[in-house]
Design a protein around this ligand. Structure first.
Ligand SMILES: [Zn+2]
Length: 90
């Protein structure tokens, strides 16, 4: 395997919550508390200065792996410079 570059340049793309979380989960006003986070990332939320994003794997009510800000409840995808999702490989 090739050695990975130290710096990974992801661009964050904000996602519509409805495209990530299913209606059943979204209908619960406390849905954010039910999300199981897989870990904190180096990437920070563009909206919340310095607040790190959480990695959320596909799970009940969550249709795909994505990044989540537990402060503003925004969802993000991480894209490589060529536009491919970096999370599709996880
Ligand atoms: Zn945020």
């Amino acid at each position: 395997m090739k050695k990975r570059q130290q710096e990974t340049d992801f661009s964050l793309l904000e996602l519509d919550p409805a495209s990530v979380v299913d209606d059943t989960l979204l209908s619960d006003p406390n849905w954010a508390y039910d999300i199981v986070m897989s870990g904190e990332l180096r990437e920070t939320c563009p909206e919340c200065a310095g607040h790190r994003l959480q990695l959320v794997a596909q799970q009940k009510g969550v249709t795909r792996t994505c990044l989540f800000c537990d402060q503003c409840n925004r969802w993000f995808d991480a894209c490589h410079a060529d536009g491919r999702s970096a999370l599709a490989q996880i």
